[in-house]
Ligand binder design. Structure first.
Ligand SMILES: Cc1cc2nc3c(=O)[nH]c(=O)nc-3n(C[C@H](O)[C@H](O)[C@H](O)COP(=O)(O)OP(=O)(O)OC[C@H]3O[C@@H](n4cnc5c(N)ncnc54)[C@H](O)[C@@H]3O)c2cc1C
Length: 383
């Protein structure tokens, strides 16, 4: 099956990367090594984690197109690295584009080789999908900042040396969000985390964070405190493309398992894959994943061309299409395996929950439909 591979929309280099990363994922899956930390370190050594970051800071000099390829191919082998979405894609992109020279030298080489991880926190308990309501507040002091607030569902805080926190300045506390981005070290006094008990089987846990008067030096602020949403979206567009890649990989993995099973399993004369009730949903998923893959590559190209506005629409659409294709592919795959769809041995049951992550985060299906209704179609708002 050639799902999402070999398109003419990729360069020879991107195709070679796809093949090499798929081989790494296969080796890791074959070794039955359940510790994703081993894969993270190996992928880091091979330059895959930093493929989108600038060469002068230890990266590969590619773009989000390459990084999305890495995540998709690892996912297609059943071993996605969720933190690629936040560490190099969001935090790495924002620092590379808006950080000072000193900040780039401090953080980017570690993010590029994977020896340093940076988590990213924007979601708040009382804001959720409405980021304009976030209340994490930064107060200026003579030598820096004091940050206070709460975040929720932040992934990988325990694995990350630092977390990039989206806050707002005390003097812009209400009204339309004017985000400021701060890098908070894991051991900063007043930075507390509690793991949330999620129905997900993954190394990357989600955390609730309390920032209780966390004192930060002046250079914890990344970018311009008055730049507004532009800097944030420079990180959030890659996040959406990467979530699309995460969904594509998982969808392809589930589909491949189901197709292999449907070719072998016989309960009547022919294998179950000969019944159209089994075959058509799998064919439908193959088509939907291919289409979502094309949209994801378009969005990545726009991101990498620096077209933040065009990338905004395309990245939202790609995330929507890939998440929906993934949820349906997992649903069809589980059903194809009958009872085995829910056994641990076949590994598909856990994807029922995991695939829903792509529909909810980082922006829900409904918020994308709202965005397209308002921004693309010019329809009026209900909220
Ligand atoms: C596994 C996982 C990992 C995550 N990792 C991170 C992370 O690393 N960092 C981080 O900051 N966040 C993270 N998140 C949080 C994620 O981005 C949020 O869950 C998401 O943005 C939705 O916010 P919410 O959960 O508050 O839902 P809510 O905003 O409460 O929405 C609940 C439901 O209401 C719907 N809804 C809300 N408003 C509207 C509207 N106007 N129109 C129609 N429907 C509406 C939504 O679509 C959704 O279905 C993660 C979440 C998960 C599940």
């Amino acid at each position: 099956m050639t799902a999402a591979t070999g398109t003419p929309f990729e360069t020879d280099g991107q195709r070679a990367l796809r093949t090499a990363v798929a081989a790494l994922g296969r080796r890791h899956a074959d070794a039955h090594d359940d510790d994703p930390g081993v894969l993270w370190r190996e992928a880091g050594k091979l330059g895959y984690l930093g493929v989108s970051l600038p060469e002068e800071y230890g990266g590969g000099g590619g773009g989000i197109a390459e990084l999305a390829t890495v995540l998709e191919e690892l996912g297609a082998q059943g071993c996605p690295l969720l933190l690629l979405i936040v560490s190099p894609a969001i935090c790495g992109t924002v620092i590379a584009r808006f950080g000072t020279e000193e900040q780039k030298r401090r953080w980017l080489p570690g993010l590029a080789d994977g020896s340093r991880i940076m988590a990213f926190g924007i979601t708040e308990p009382d804001a959720g999908s409405n980021a304009h309501r976030i209340t994490t507040t930064a107060r200026r002091t003579p030598d820096g900042w004091v940050l206070s607030g709460r975040k929720v569902f932040v992934s990988g805080v325990d694995l990350a040396e630092d977390t990039m926190i989206v806050g707002r300045r005390e003097d812009t506390r209400t009204g339309a969000l004017k985000p400021c981005l701060f890098v908070v070290p894991r051991d900063a006094p007043g930075f507390h985390r509690t793991a949330i008990d999620m129905e997900l089987r993954a190394r990357e846990k989600q955390f609730e964070l309390v920032l209780d008067e966390v004192r930060l030096p002046a250079d914890a602020l990344v970018g311009d405190e008055d730049a507004g949403l532009l800097q944030l979206f420079a990180g959030l567009n890659p996040e959406r493309v990467m979530t699309a890649a995460f969904a594509l990989g998982m969808g392809r993995y589930a589909l491949a398992k189901a197709v292999a099973y449907a070719k072998e399993r016989r309960v009547w004369k022919e294998p179950i894959g000969a019944h159209q009730a089994i075959a058509h949903p799998l064919a439908q998923s193959h088509i939907e994943l291919e289409l979502a893959g094309l949209m994801t590559r378009k969005a990545a190209l726009l991101c990498d061309a620096g077209d933040d506005v065009g990338a905004g629409e395309a990245a939202n659409m790609a995330k929507y299409a890939a998440a929906e294709a993934c949820v349906r592919a997992v649903d069809h795959a589980v059903h194809t395996l009958g009872g085995n769809g829910l056994t641990r041995e076949y590994g598909l049951g856990r994807l029922v929950t995991a695939s829903r992550v792509a529909r909810i985060a980082p922006v829900s299906r409904e918020m994308i439909l709202n965005y397209v209704s308002h921004q693309s179609l010019g329809l009026p708002k209900s909220y």
